[in-house]
Design a protein around this ligand. Structure first.
Ligand SMILES: [Fe+2]
Length: 395
Protein backbone atom coordinates (compact mmCIF):
# COMPACT_ATOMS: atom_id res chain seq x y z
CA UNK A 1 0.00 0.00 0.00
CA UNK A 2 1.27 3.49 -0.85
CA UNK A 3 2.15 5.70 2.10
CA UNK A 4 3.51 9.20 2.63
CA UNK A 5 4.56 8.58 6.22
CA UNK A 6 8.29 9.48 6.14
CA UNK A 7 9.23 6.97 8.86
CA UNK A 8 7.47 4.20 7.00
CA UNK A 9 9.12 5.24 3.71
CA UNK A 10 12.51 5.23 5.41
CA UNK A 11 11.94 1.78 6.88
CA UNK A 12 10.95 0.51 3.42
CA UNK A 13 14.16 1.96 1.99
CA UNK A 14 16.38 0.34 4.59
CA UNK A 15 14.62 -3.00 5.04
CA UNK A 16 14.22 -4.96 1.84
CA UNK A 17 11.69 -7.78 2.00
CA UNK A 18 10.82 -10.81 -0.09
CA UNK A 19 7.23 -9.56 -0.24
CA UNK A 20 8.23 -6.23 -1.77
CA UNK A 21 10.09 -7.78 -4.73
CA UNK A 22 8.44 -6.85 -7.98
CA UNK A 23 8.93 -8.64 -11.28
CA UNK A 24 8.18 -5.55 -13.38
CA UNK A 25 10.80 -3.52 -11.51
CA UNK A 26 13.23 -6.37 -12.05
CA UNK A 27 12.45 -6.66 -15.77
CA UNK A 28 13.04 -2.94 -16.27
CA UNK A 29 16.65 -3.51 -15.15
CA UNK A 30 17.38 -7.03 -16.39
CA UNK A 31 16.04 -6.58 -19.91
CA UNK A 32 18.78 -4.18 -20.96
CA UNK A 33 20.77 -4.86 -24.06
CA UNK A 34 24.57 -4.91 -23.73
CA UNK A 35 26.11 -2.56 -26.28
CA UNK A 36 29.49 -3.39 -27.76
CA UNK A 37 30.32 0.29 -28.28
CA UNK A 38 30.30 0.80 -24.49
CA UNK A 39 33.09 -1.77 -24.11
CA UNK A 40 35.65 -0.90 -26.81
CA UNK A 41 38.13 -3.67 -25.91
CA UNK A 42 35.49 -6.40 -26.19
CA UNK A 43 35.32 -8.40 -29.40
CA UNK A 44 31.62 -9.26 -29.40
CA UNK A 45 28.36 -9.37 -27.53
CA UNK A 46 26.82 -12.82 -27.64
CA UNK A 47 23.43 -13.45 -26.02
CA UNK A 48 23.92 -10.19 -24.13
CA UNK A 49 27.30 -11.33 -22.67
CA UNK A 50 30.58 -9.53 -23.40
CA UNK A 51 33.22 -11.65 -25.10
CA UNK A 52 36.87 -10.63 -24.83
CA UNK A 53 39.78 -11.94 -26.84
CA UNK A 54 42.32 -12.49 -24.04
CA UNK A 55 45.32 -11.67 -26.20
CA UNK A 56 43.80 -8.29 -27.07
CA UNK A 57 43.18 -7.60 -23.36
CA UNK A 58 46.78 -8.45 -22.46
CA UNK A 59 48.08 -6.18 -25.23
CA UNK A 60 45.81 -3.38 -24.00
CA UNK A 61 47.26 -3.47 -20.45
CA UNK A 62 50.86 -3.09 -21.59
CA UNK A 63 50.84 0.65 -20.80
CA UNK A 64 49.80 2.23 -17.50
CA UNK A 65 47.05 4.21 -19.20
CA UNK A 66 45.81 1.16 -21.07
CA UNK A 67 45.79 -0.84 -17.86
CA UNK A 68 43.66 1.74 -16.03
CA UNK A 69 41.27 1.88 -18.95
CA UNK A 70 40.80 -1.87 -19.23
CA UNK A 71 40.46 -2.39 -15.46
CA UNK A 72 37.73 0.28 -15.46
CA UNK A 73 36.00 -1.26 -18.47
CA UNK A 74 35.89 -4.72 -16.90
CA UNK A 75 34.85 -3.29 -13.54
CA UNK A 76 31.83 -1.61 -15.11
CA UNK A 77 31.00 -4.71 -17.14
CA UNK A 78 30.64 -6.61 -13.84
CA UNK A 79 28.86 -3.80 -12.02
CA UNK A 80 26.48 -1.85 -14.25
CA UNK A 81 26.93 -3.88 -17.44
CA UNK A 82 25.84 -7.45 -18.18
CA UNK A 83 27.58 -8.72 -15.02
CA UNK A 84 29.23 -11.58 -16.90
CA UNK A 85 32.28 -11.63 -19.16
CA UNK A 86 33.86 -14.44 -21.15
CA UNK A 87 37.61 -14.28 -21.75
CA UNK A 88 38.30 -16.50 -24.75
CA UNK A 89 41.54 -18.49 -24.65
CA UNK A 90 42.63 -17.00 -21.34
CA UNK A 91 44.96 -20.00 -21.19
CA UNK A 92 46.70 -20.08 -24.55
CA UNK A 93 48.76 -23.03 -23.37
CA UNK A 94 46.05 -25.56 -22.54
CA UNK A 95 48.76 -27.97 -21.41
CA UNK A 96 48.63 -26.07 -18.09
CA UNK A 97 44.92 -26.91 -17.83
CA UNK A 98 45.46 -30.55 -18.82
CA UNK A 99 48.08 -31.07 -16.13
CA UNK A 100 45.76 -29.50 -13.54
CA UNK A 101 42.93 -31.79 -14.74
CA UNK A 102 45.11 -34.85 -14.09
CA UNK A 103 45.72 -33.59 -10.53
CA UNK A 104 42.00 -32.97 -10.01
CA UNK A 105 41.07 -36.43 -11.35
CA UNK A 106 43.51 -38.00 -8.92
CA UNK A 107 42.03 -36.04 -6.02
CA UNK A 108 38.47 -37.06 -7.01
CA UNK A 109 39.60 -40.68 -7.32
CA UNK A 110 41.13 -40.50 -3.86
CA UNK A 111 37.90 -38.97 -2.48
CA UNK A 112 35.91 -41.89 -3.93
CA UNK A 113 38.29 -44.44 -2.46
CA UNK A 114 38.17 -42.87 0.96
CA UNK A 115 34.52 -41.74 0.79
CA UNK A 116 35.49 -38.19 1.55
CA UNK A 117 34.63 -35.02 -0.33
CA UNK A 118 31.31 -33.30 -0.33
CA UNK A 119 28.21 -32.48 -2.25
CA UNK A 120 27.11 -29.33 -3.97
CA UNK A 121 25.11 -26.60 -2.20
CA UNK A 122 22.69 -26.19 -5.09
CA UNK A 123 22.42 -29.62 -6.68
CA UNK A 124 21.65 -33.21 -5.73
CA UNK A 125 24.70 -35.14 -4.55
CA UNK A 126 25.97 -38.03 -6.67
CA UNK A 127 25.88 -36.75 -10.24
CA UNK A 128 28.52 -34.19 -9.37
CA UNK A 129 32.00 -34.51 -7.99
CA UNK A 130 33.35 -31.62 -5.99
CA UNK A 131 36.80 -30.78 -4.79
CA UNK A 132 36.46 -28.26 -2.03
CA UNK A 133 39.49 -26.04 -1.56
CA UNK A 134 41.04 -27.19 -4.82
CA UNK A 135 43.34 -24.17 -4.43
CA UNK A 136 45.33 -25.62 -1.54
CA UNK A 137 45.12 -29.22 -2.76
CA UNK A 138 46.41 -28.17 -6.19
CA UNK A 139 49.32 -26.20 -4.69
CA UNK A 140 50.38 -29.04 -2.41
CA UNK A 141 50.10 -31.66 -5.17
CA UNK A 142 52.03 -29.77 -7.87
CA UNK A 143 53.32 -26.32 -6.93
CA UNK A 144 54.94 -25.78 -10.34
CA UNK A 145 51.67 -26.34 -12.16
CA UNK A 146 49.90 -24.19 -9.56
CA UNK A 147 52.35 -21.36 -10.31
CA UNK A 148 51.73 -21.58 -14.06
CA UNK A 149 47.97 -21.91 -13.58
CA UNK A 150 47.50 -19.02 -11.15
CA UNK A 151 50.22 -16.95 -12.82
CA UNK A 152 47.56 -16.34 -15.48
CA UNK A 153 47.27 -12.66 -16.40
CA UNK A 154 43.51 -12.71 -17.10
CA UNK A 155 42.63 -14.32 -13.75
CA UNK A 156 44.65 -11.64 -11.96
CA UNK A 157 43.32 -8.80 -14.07
CA UNK A 158 39.63 -9.66 -13.64
CA UNK A 159 40.11 -10.16 -9.89
CA UNK A 160 41.83 -6.82 -9.52
CA UNK A 161 39.31 -5.04 -11.74
CA UNK A 162 36.45 -5.96 -9.40
CA UNK A 163 38.10 -6.28 -5.99
CA UNK A 164 41.25 -4.17 -6.11
CA UNK A 165 44.59 -5.60 -4.95
CA UNK A 166 45.32 -8.09 -2.13
CA UNK A 167 42.33 -10.28 -2.99
CA UNK A 168 42.05 -13.77 -1.48
CA UNK A 169 41.81 -16.55 -4.06
CA UNK A 170 39.79 -19.67 -3.27
CA UNK A 171 38.77 -22.40 -5.72
CA UNK A 172 36.55 -25.45 -5.98
CA UNK A 173 36.42 -28.00 -8.76
CA UNK A 174 33.00 -29.03 -10.02
CA UNK A 175 32.79 -32.09 -12.26
CA UNK A 176 29.27 -32.62 -13.60
CA UNK A 177 28.96 -36.09 -15.03
CA UNK A 178 26.57 -37.01 -17.87
CA UNK A 179 23.03 -36.92 -16.51
CA UNK A 180 23.99 -34.42 -13.81
CA UNK A 181 20.99 -32.16 -13.19
CA UNK A 182 20.93 -28.37 -13.25
CA UNK A 183 21.34 -26.32 -10.10
CA UNK A 184 18.54 -24.07 -8.99
CA UNK A 185 18.90 -20.39 -9.89
CA UNK A 186 20.82 -18.54 -7.23
CA UNK A 187 23.08 -15.71 -6.30
CA UNK A 188 26.34 -16.50 -4.58
CA UNK A 189 28.14 -15.75 -1.37
CA UNK A 190 27.59 -13.84 0.95
CA UNK A 191 23.86 -13.08 1.12
CA UNK A 192 23.12 -15.69 -1.55
CA UNK A 193 23.83 -18.37 1.04
CA UNK A 194 21.27 -17.17 3.59
CA UNK A 195 17.54 -17.68 4.07
CA UNK A 196 15.09 -14.81 3.47
CA UNK A 197 14.59 -14.55 7.21
CA UNK A 198 18.28 -13.82 7.70
CA UNK A 199 18.70 -11.69 4.56
CA UNK A 200 15.84 -9.41 5.63
CA UNK A 201 17.72 -8.52 8.82
CA UNK A 202 20.50 -6.79 6.86
CA UNK A 203 19.98 -3.15 5.86
CA UNK A 204 19.86 -2.30 2.16
CA UNK A 205 23.47 -1.10 1.97
CA UNK A 206 24.63 -4.60 2.94
CA UNK A 207 22.67 -5.95 -0.04
CA UNK A 208 24.78 -3.56 -2.11
CA UNK A 209 27.96 -4.54 -0.25
CA UNK A 210 27.68 -8.31 -0.68
CA UNK A 211 28.38 -8.32 -4.45
CA UNK A 212 31.57 -6.26 -4.14
CA UNK A 213 33.08 -8.64 -1.58
CA UNK A 214 33.47 -11.49 -4.07
CA UNK A 215 34.06 -12.26 -7.73
CA UNK A 216 32.98 -15.57 -9.22
CA UNK A 217 34.92 -17.24 -12.01
CA UNK A 218 35.16 -20.53 -13.82
CA UNK A 219 38.07 -21.96 -15.76
CA UNK A 220 36.86 -24.39 -18.45
CA UNK A 221 38.87 -27.61 -18.21
CA UNK A 222 37.25 -29.14 -21.28
CA UNK A 223 35.25 -27.97 -24.27
CA UNK A 224 31.71 -27.36 -23.06
CA UNK A 225 29.13 -27.49 -25.84
CA UNK A 226 25.61 -26.51 -24.83
CA UNK A 227 24.53 -30.16 -24.42
CA UNK A 228 27.12 -30.53 -21.63
CA UNK A 229 25.35 -27.83 -19.60
CA UNK A 230 27.62 -24.80 -19.19
CA UNK A 231 26.40 -22.26 -16.63
CA UNK A 232 23.01 -20.61 -17.15
CA UNK A 233 23.15 -16.84 -16.72
CA UNK A 234 20.67 -13.99 -16.68
CA UNK A 235 22.70 -10.94 -17.79
CA UNK A 236 22.04 -7.66 -15.96
CA UNK A 237 20.15 -9.41 -13.13
CA UNK A 238 22.86 -8.36 -10.65
CA UNK A 239 21.58 -4.78 -10.79
CA UNK A 240 18.29 -5.58 -9.01
CA UNK A 241 19.00 -4.62 -5.41
CA UNK A 242 16.53 -6.95 -3.62
CA UNK A 243 17.63 -9.84 -5.85
CA UNK A 244 18.85 -11.99 -2.95
CA UNK A 245 15.26 -12.10 -1.75
CA UNK A 246 13.59 -12.17 -5.17
CA UNK A 247 15.11 -15.54 -6.02
CA UNK A 248 13.11 -17.15 -3.25
CA UNK A 249 9.90 -16.28 -5.15
CA UNK A 250 8.43 -18.56 -7.77
CA UNK A 251 7.75 -15.91 -10.44
CA UNK A 252 11.44 -14.94 -10.41
CA UNK A 253 12.51 -18.58 -10.65
CA UNK A 254 10.11 -19.03 -13.58
CA UNK A 255 11.43 -15.89 -15.23
CA UNK A 256 14.98 -17.22 -14.90
CA UNK A 257 13.97 -20.59 -16.39
CA UNK A 258 12.38 -18.89 -19.40
CA UNK A 259 15.02 -16.22 -20.04
CA UNK A 260 18.45 -17.49 -19.03
CA UNK A 261 21.17 -17.79 -21.63
CA UNK A 262 23.97 -20.28 -22.03
CA UNK A 263 27.24 -19.98 -23.95
CA UNK A 264 29.44 -22.83 -25.11
CA UNK A 265 32.99 -22.64 -23.82
CA UNK A 266 36.26 -24.01 -25.06
CA UNK A 267 39.00 -25.49 -22.91
CA UNK A 268 41.10 -22.61 -21.58
CA UNK A 269 38.29 -20.04 -21.66
CA UNK A 270 37.55 -18.28 -18.39
CA UNK A 271 34.24 -16.75 -17.36
CA UNK A 272 33.99 -14.19 -14.58
CA UNK A 273 30.74 -12.88 -13.16
CA UNK A 274 29.29 -10.71 -10.46
CA UNK A 275 28.24 -12.98 -7.56
CA UNK A 276 24.84 -11.25 -7.52
CA UNK A 277 24.10 -12.37 -11.09
CA UNK A 278 21.26 -14.92 -11.27
CA UNK A 279 22.89 -18.14 -12.44
CA UNK A 280 22.89 -21.93 -12.16
CA UNK A 281 24.95 -24.83 -13.49
CA UNK A 282 23.15 -26.46 -16.44
CA UNK A 283 22.00 -30.03 -16.99
CA UNK A 284 24.58 -32.28 -18.60
CA UNK A 285 22.59 -33.95 -21.41
CA UNK A 286 25.68 -35.27 -23.16
CA UNK A 287 26.44 -38.98 -23.31
CA UNK A 288 30.07 -38.81 -22.46
CA UNK A 289 31.28 -35.34 -21.46
CA UNK A 290 32.43 -35.02 -17.88
CA UNK A 291 32.09 -31.26 -17.61
CA UNK A 292 34.93 -30.00 -15.45
CA UNK A 293 35.28 -26.41 -14.29
CA UNK A 294 37.53 -24.99 -11.63
CA UNK A 295 35.31 -22.44 -9.91
CA UNK A 296 37.23 -19.46 -8.65
CA UNK A 297 35.72 -17.57 -5.76
CA UNK A 298 37.86 -14.51 -5.22
CA UNK A 299 37.30 -12.53 -2.04
CA UNK A 300 38.02 -8.90 -1.36
CA UNK A 301 40.93 -8.24 1.00
CA UNK A 302 38.26 -6.81 3.30
CA UNK A 303 35.84 -9.74 3.18
CA UNK A 304 35.75 -13.14 4.79
CA UNK A 305 36.33 -15.90 2.28
CA UNK A 306 34.03 -18.90 2.44
CA UNK A 307 36.76 -21.46 2.83
CA UNK A 308 39.62 -21.88 5.24
CA UNK A 309 42.89 -22.01 3.34
CA UNK A 310 46.23 -22.79 4.95
CA UNK A 311 48.21 -20.12 3.12
CA UNK A 312 51.29 -20.63 5.27
CA UNK A 313 51.52 -24.27 4.21
CA UNK A 314 50.86 -23.35 0.57
CA UNK A 315 53.45 -20.56 0.58
CA UNK A 316 56.14 -22.87 1.98
CA UNK A 317 55.37 -25.37 -0.79
CA UNK A 318 55.17 -22.80 -3.60
CA UNK A 319 58.37 -20.92 -2.71
CA UNK A 320 60.91 -23.46 -4.04
CA UNK A 321 58.83 -23.89 -7.20
CA UNK A 322 58.78 -20.14 -7.83
CA UNK A 323 62.54 -19.90 -7.33
CA UNK A 324 63.00 -22.63 -9.93
CA UNK A 325 60.60 -20.87 -12.34
CA UNK A 326 62.44 -17.53 -12.28
CA UNK A 327 63.30 -16.73 -15.87
CA UNK A 328 60.66 -19.17 -17.15
CA UNK A 329 57.70 -17.18 -15.82
CA UNK A 330 57.57 -13.40 -16.14
CA UNK A 331 57.80 -11.21 -13.04
CA UNK A 332 54.08 -10.47 -13.55
CA UNK A 333 53.19 -14.17 -13.64
CA UNK A 334 55.21 -14.82 -10.48
CA UNK A 335 53.43 -11.93 -8.75
CA UNK A 336 50.04 -13.32 -9.85
CA UNK A 337 50.92 -16.75 -8.45
CA UNK A 338 52.01 -15.17 -5.14
CA UNK A 339 48.75 -13.18 -5.00
CA UNK A 340 46.69 -16.38 -5.38
CA UNK A 341 48.68 -18.16 -2.69
CA UNK A 342 49.93 -15.92 0.11
CA UNK A 343 47.79 -13.69 2.34
CA UNK A 344 47.96 -10.19 0.90
CA UNK A 345 46.40 -8.23 3.73
CA UNK A 346 47.93 -7.27 7.10
CA UNK A 347 44.88 -7.76 9.28
CA UNK A 348 43.63 -9.26 11.55
CA UNK A 349 46.80 -9.44 13.59
CA UNK A 350 48.06 -9.09 17.15
CA UNK A 351 49.26 -5.48 17.33
CA UNK A 352 51.20 -6.13 20.56
CA UNK A 353 53.49 -8.59 18.82
CA UNK A 354 53.11 -7.52 15.17
CA UNK A 355 53.27 -3.73 15.18
CA UNK A 356 53.19 -1.70 11.98
CA UNK A 357 56.79 -0.93 11.07
CA UNK A 358 57.47 2.23 9.15
CA UNK A 359 53.96 2.36 7.76
CA UNK A 360 50.39 1.89 8.86
CA UNK A 361 50.16 -1.84 8.36
CA UNK A 362 52.33 -4.79 9.42
CA UNK A 363 54.11 -6.82 6.75
CA UNK A 364 51.92 -9.29 4.88
CA UNK A 365 52.67 -12.90 4.02
CA UNK A 366 52.78 -11.90 0.34
CA UNK A 367 55.32 -9.13 1.05
CA UNK A 368 57.45 -11.63 2.96
CA UNK A 369 57.35 -13.99 0.01
CA UNK A 370 58.35 -11.27 -2.47
CA UNK A 371 61.23 -10.27 -0.20
CA UNK A 372 62.39 -13.87 0.09
CA UNK A 373 62.19 -14.35 -3.69
CA UNK A 374 64.07 -11.12 -4.42
CA UNK A 375 66.84 -12.06 -1.96
CA UNK A 376 66.87 -15.74 -2.92
CA UNK A 377 66.41 -17.06 0.62
CA UNK A 378 66.91 -20.73 1.36
CA UNK A 379 63.72 -22.75 1.65
CA UNK A 380 64.34 -23.33 5.37
CA UNK A 381 64.90 -19.63 6.08
CA UNK A 382 61.62 -18.76 4.34
CA UNK A 383 59.64 -21.53 6.06
CA UNK A 384 60.93 -20.38 9.46
CA UNK A 385 60.11 -16.74 8.68
CA UNK A 386 56.59 -17.72 7.62
CA UNK A 387 56.05 -19.61 10.88
CA UNK A 388 57.41 -16.72 12.96
CA UNK A 389 55.17 -14.25 11.17
CA UNK A 390 52.11 -16.48 11.62
CA UNK A 391 52.89 -16.89 15.33
CA UNK A 392 53.17 -13.08 15.79
CA UNK A 393 49.66 -12.68 14.43
CA UNK A 394 48.10 -14.97 17.05
CA UNK A 395 46.54 -13.46 20.15
FE1 LIG B 1 26.89 -20.19 -7.94
Amino acid sequence: MKTDDPQRLRADRVWLTEDACDLDDFRALAEKTSTLADYPTASAVEKNVLIYDSRKVIEAVSTQEGRRAILAEICEAFGIGPGVVVFKHAYEDTGIIDRASVIFDEIIEEQHLTSTGGGDHFAKPGANDRIWNSLEKHCLADPENFARYYGNAIVALASEAWLGPHYQMTAQVNRVNPGGAAQSAHRDYHLGFQSSKVIEQFPAHVHRLSPVLTLQGAVAHCDMPLESGPTLFLPHSQTYEPGYLALKRQEFKDYFDQNHIQLPLEKGDVVFFNPALFHAAGTNRSKDIKRVANLLQVSSAFGRAMETVNRERMSAKLFPALKALKGKLSAGEIANAVASCAEGYSFPTNLDRDPPLGGLAPKTQAQLMHEALAENWSDDTFTEALAEQAARKLS
